[in-house]
Design a protein around this ligand. Structure first.
Ligand SMILES: [Cu+2]
Length: 646
């Protein structure tokens, strides 16, 4: 059954995700599940080689800004050996390429939506919104769910990179279709370095490796299955690490630092080594912990990041070490979801440097130094279920949309410190709760201290079955409206998401910088060369002390040096023509790295040269893309299914 745009308008569904009637979607899902690939035909664990996503090279680098372009597109990928799978990838890859930046140098990432107009099997109308998870971005660059980019449009996101070194990730946040958009592949790692982290003797370079963990389920023809189990969660029978099923990684007998990200839609993990040796946790969502925490196992909710050091020096050459999943409750488990990947230990170490874990890691106690006495108020949030929807304090995102984005669940003052109590009444569900913009300190869980691995700055709290988790945070860096939601993306879509506003007068995420139609204008502008070269060049080139971008590879990939050399070329050659300034990234009141020096050398400030393609983006869009008009339909009661096993 197909619908035209006109049909949708007649049905009042235009702008909503419901391009298919619910019954048709259920029927298609059931058919896909019937055609599920039998587990006997899946690759065996540890038979596929490990791989690391490539590092994205910037299009252009100035002392203040690195510019990148990413195209969201649909491609056929080989995830299961020998079978094609239709995916949506950033630059056609899942995970997307890793973006590496340095504190103090902002990034501008152009996201081009070249996806099809409708999802290939679910037939919903496609839009995206890109969130950089872990970044204190301005509201209009935070991937506000309803600030959407449709196929044929693009948007330039500005990331301030003012925070401590950390593991961030960029992923889709398109309103009401985040789960399926992300399951199609729209997620990637973003690494921020800073001088303190770089100076530590912890593993760097080839020994600093991202592990993006995600589950998936496939049909016999290789295509993905999207079964949300009556809006409870999407669970796969295949565990992917960096897009590879249960991979086997060759390691040297020394320490490695793994940046572990749970990019799953609904599955949580409890990670442990089959040797019973400890995982030494050195970092959490918001960066390095004050001190390392060796733990026997580590629970990892969706969107949580932990940096973990594993020392392979104690193992014999040829020994295989398995990263297990002890399978937390309230996931749907399958035959091989109890393992994640394996490491095969080699005989020789090619680089023995940076092979330590010091007792002191992060001297910045801005988040972890907060105490309850700093808080000016406490707020309470209930994460529950009402009238067939997942709700926060009885509200849904549709309520936000219906208020024309005015309703806010909380309005902390700028730089206020508050305690938020996050409560999950249910014994049958867990909700990893993500609060945008801030880093927080977990105070306690049902009155007990947080787990040792949670003793670092966080932006996701695993609110487990029947738990109250208290978190403490300062609402700093930006003013404006930001989301809080469950990171079970199926819960988020249906409709466990709300917003809060920091201070007053912040930028409006819905109107400050909307997506614009393709073709895109220039990503950056090259100022005109002065008539006589020389003096202007010294103004821009010298003394800028650029922090080299992307020269430190984010984990064992090659080719990360190119941008560094081009950056140094542009800043040390003394050529005034190479100095650039960012186009139109206006209203960034807390952008500390405006390229004023670079501008000083240029003949014309870049403001005077707006890009043509983007000229319309300054106007508020008339359409109302976020689906407040979601059809109210009777929903089935939420029934837990027993695990399906083949
Ligand atoms: Cu949830």
């Amino acid at each position: 059954m197909e619908f035209s745009r006109r049909d949708l308008l007649k049905l009042g569904l235009f702008g909503s995700a419901a391009l298919m009637l619910p019954a048709e979607r259920v029927a298609r899902t059931e058919l896909a599940v019937i055609n599920r690939m039998p587990e006997s035909r899946l690759p065996g664990p540890f038979t596929v080689p490990f791989a690391v996503p490539p590092v994205l090279q910037p299009d252009h680098v100035t002392p203040t800004t690195a510019y990148y372009t990413i195209e969201q597109r649909q491609v056929s990928a080989e995830i299961l050996p020998g079978l094609p799978t239709t995916i949506w990838g950033y630059n056609g890859m899942t995970p997307g390429p890793t973006i590496v930046n340095h504190q103090g140098q902002q990034a501008v990432v152009r996201q081009i939506n070249n996806l099809p107009d409708v999802h290939p099997s679910l037939r919903y109308k496609v839009w995206t919104s890109t969130h950089l998870h872990g970044s204190a971005s301005l509201p209009q660059y935070d991937g506000y769910a309803s600030d959407i980019t449709e196929p044929g449009q693009y948007k330039d996101y500005v990331y301030p990179n003012i925070q401590d070194a950390r593991t961030l990730w960029y992923h889709d946040h398109g309103v009401h279709i985040t789960a399926t958009n992300a399951q199609m592949g729209l997620a990637g790692v973003y690494i921020l370095h800073d001088p303190i982290e770089q100076a530590l003797p912890i593993p760097h370079g080839d020994y600093d490796v991202p592990l993006v963990i995600k589950d998936a389920m496939f049909q016999q023809n290789g295509e993905l299955i999207f079964d949300d189990n009556n809006q409870s969660g999407m669970y796969g029978d295949v565990i992917l690490v960096n897009g590879k099923p249960w991979p086997l990684m060759q390691v040297e007998p020394r320490k490695y630092r793994f940046r572990i990200l749970n990019a799953s839609i609904s599955r949580s993990y409890r990670l442990a080594l089959d040797t019973d040796d400890p995982l030494v946790v050195i970092g959490t969502d918001g960066g390095l912990m004050p001190h390392p925490q060796p733990v026997g196992d580590l629970r990892l909710g969706m969107a949580e990041r932990y940096e973990v050091v594993i020392d392979f020096a104690k193992y014999k050459p040829g020994q295989r070490v398995v990263l297990r999943n002890l399978q937390p409750p309230n996931n749907i488990d399958y035959t091989n979801t109890n393992v994640v990947m394996a490491f095969e230990v080699g005989a020789a170490v090619s680089d023995a440097s940076h092979n330590e874990v010091p007792v002191d890691l992060n001297p910045n106690m801005r988040t972890m130094g907060l105490t309850e006495a700093d808080a000016v108020r406490t707020r309470h949030f209930d994460f529950g279920r009402a009238d067939g929807e997942w709700v926060i304090n009885s509200k849904t995102w549709a309520d936000i949309v219906n208020s024309d984005y005015e309703y806010v669940a909380a309005n902390p003052g700028f730089e206020d410190v508050e305690i938020w109590e996050l409560q999950n009444d249910s014994g049958g569900w867990f909700h990893p709760v993500h609060i945008h913009l801030v880093d927080f300190k977990i105070l306690d869980r049902n009155g007990r201290p947080p787990h040792p691995y949670e003793l670092g700055p966080k932006d996701v709290a695993y609110v487990g079955e029947g738990e109250i988790v208290r978190v403490l945070m300062r609402f700093e860096h930006q003013r404006g409206k930001y989301m809080m939601h469950c990171h079970n993306l199926v819960h988020e879509d249906h409709d466990m998401m709300t917003q809060f506003e920091v201070g007053f007068g912040g930028d409006d995420p819905m109107h400050a910088d909307r997506a614009a139609p393709l073709p895109a204008g220039p990503l950056f502008t090259e100022p005109e060369r002065p008539q006589s070269g020389g003096d202007a060049g010294s103004g821009s080139g010298s003394g800028s002390a650029p922090q080299q971008p992307a020269t430190a590879p984010g984990g064992g990939t090659t080719g990360a040096g190119g941008s560094g050399s081009s950056a140094s070329g542009s800043t040390t050659s003394g050529s005034p023509g190479k100095s650039t300034s960012p186009r139109k990234h206006r209203r960034s009141r807390r952008k500390p790295h405006k390229p004023s020096k670079a501008k000083a050398s240029s003949a014309k400030p870049s403001k005077a040269t707006p890009s043509k393609g983007k000229a319309t983006s300054h106007k508020p869009a008339k359409r109302k893309p976020a689906t407040g008009a979601k059809p109210k339909k009777a929903r089935k009661p939420l029934v837990r299914r027993s695990p399906k096993r083949s």
